[in-house]
Design a protein around this ligand. Structure first.
Ligand SMILES: N[C@@H](CCC(=O)N[C@@H](CS)C(=O)NCC(=O)O)C(=O)O
Length: 430
């Protein structure tokens, strides 16, 4: 009887591109197992996986698919398991039945709790599904919950199962790899230091590095894809549009998922348009220094200085009001939410100052804030890149209205009670 043991003579052929993180699971497992898996040549996403031959191997037309002498296997975790089982008593499965159970447990966990929630956060931003801020918040909370659990486990364990690398680590790392590369910025992952240590240790193992290369962590969260209707690349002649309708719908705005996943090349950073504004008499750093250095008589010194230097042509002031205050029932969760917002505003440090008040003596707490931005509108890059912005109602301050000016002063100086209520906390972005 012919036995497929993955040896030289019976190489398995993996159908996927060379940058597909789901394909890496099998490739890395094969490397650890001494099994020969070759990537199919010239795989073209969206074309190769739609041919009748491909659909016979995987009727849903997704990649990866492993073609073996005994038939095809689809679903990347199943492929990685199959490759691993080609080596008898493979240590990638641990050394006991309970190890085997734990390997399976972590493979499922990394797929359903980590990978799925990274996708729920990322894909709406890339325009694959509608972007809804409350759904994004749920995805991020679920991802944080999973990463917190993983972090706790990794505080006292080097690897997921036993004392060596198993298939669970391979699947987990490939899923984290994609997240770290596209959306999990340092300010996000630094909340999970043991996960960071684990991830960087694994991606630097030679058998991982061979496929993942030098991993670079995402520097920013991808902005939400434009909601504008897509435009054809070139205006189409009406007659041609009739003849070849399919070609006309090709757009520049939203890439197919698989193309977006596989695109690596960083784009050159354009200059921030705020740097091109006419100079302002108000120097943001001077205000931040005055704010920080004023210890007494805040109203007379810092606030007076603020209004003296405020330049409504070069800057604007905004009130913000959290839209989902009903959810703020637990004090530390509310405080963490606001701290997260301020961390994510790091990208605007050169152009903004902000004060966030967490108001009330018991839940649900109200979150209200006051922001000073360079320019007369909220900067577009902040709206695009800081997802928290959509969680607040923004109202421009009318500085000709004394009551609004007074409210600005009260917010900057943490006046208490604020609008009749005590403050749980006040956080400053400077
Ligand atoms: N659960 C599948 C997911 C496969 C998947 O979503 N593949 C994407 C590329 S990473 C794909 O083939 N997309 C093309 C399509 O949806 O038609 C697995 O783990 O293999």
């Amino acid at each position: 009887m012919f036995v497929n043991d993955g040896s030289e003579l019976t190489a398995q052929v993996l159908h996927a591109t060379s940058t597909n993180k789901n394909a890496f699971k099998a490739l890395i497992a094969a490397e650890y197992s001494g099994v020969k898996v070759e990537l199919v040549k010239d795989f073209e996403p969206g074309v190769s996986n739609k041919t009748p031959e491909f659909l016979k191997m995987n009727p849903i037309g997704k990649v990866p698919v492993l073609e073996t002498p005994d038939g095809a296997v689809f679903e990347s975790n199943a492929i990685a398991r199959y490759v691993t089982r080609l080596k008898p008593d493979n240590p990638l499965y641990g050394s006991s039945i309970i190890d085997y159970g734990h390997v399976e447990q972590w493979i499922d966990f990394s797929t359903t709790e980590i990978d799925t929630n990274i996708g729920r956060w990322l894909y709406p931003r890339l325009g694959f599904v509608p972007y809804l801020p409350p759904s994004e918040e749920i995805a991020i909370s679920a991802l944080k919950r999973a990463l917190e659990a993983l972090n706790t486990y990794l505080a006292s364990n080097t690897y997921l199962v036993g004392h060596g690398i198993t298939l669970a680590d391979i699947v987990m790392t490939c899923n984290l790899f994609y997240g770290f590369k596209v959306i999990l910025t340092k300010s996000f992952t630094s909340q999970f230091p043991h996960v960071e240590r684990y991830f960087w240790t694994l991606v630097n193992q030679p058998n991982f590095q061979k496929f993942l290369g030098d991993v670079k962590q995402a520097e920013s969260i991808p902005p939400v894809a434009s909601k504008k209707p897509s435009q054809p690349k070139e205006p189409a002649k009406p007659q041609k549009a009739k003849e070849e309708p399919k070609k006309e719908v090709k757009t520049e705005e939203v890439k197919p998922k698989e193309e977006a996943e596989e695109e690596d090349a960083p784009k050159p950073k354009p200059k921030n348009p705020l740097d091109l504004l006419p100079p302002s008499k108000m120097i943001l750093d001077e205000w931040k220094r005055l704010y920080s250095n004023t210890k007494t008589n805040f109203r007379e010194v810092a606030m007076k200085g603020f209004w003296d230097m405020y330049d409504p042509e070069g800057y604007s002031l905004w009130f913000c009001d959290y839209k989902y205050n009903d959810e703020n029932t637990v004090s530390f969760v509310t405080l963490n939410k606001v701290s997260g917002f301020l961390q994510r505003m790091d990208l605007a440090r050169k152009y903004a100052f902000g004060k966030m008040l967490i108001i009330g003596s018991g839940g649900p707490f109200k979150v209200k804030g006051l922001w000073l931005f360079r320019g007369t509108e909220i900067p577009q890059f902040v709206l695009d890149e800081c997802y928290d912005m959509e969680l607040y109602e923004w109202t421009k301050v009318d500085i000709n209205d004394e009551a609004q000016k007074e409210r600005v002063s009260q917010m900057i100086e943490d006046a208490e009670p604020f609008e009749g209520e005590p403050l749980l906390d006040a956080k400053c972005f400077k």
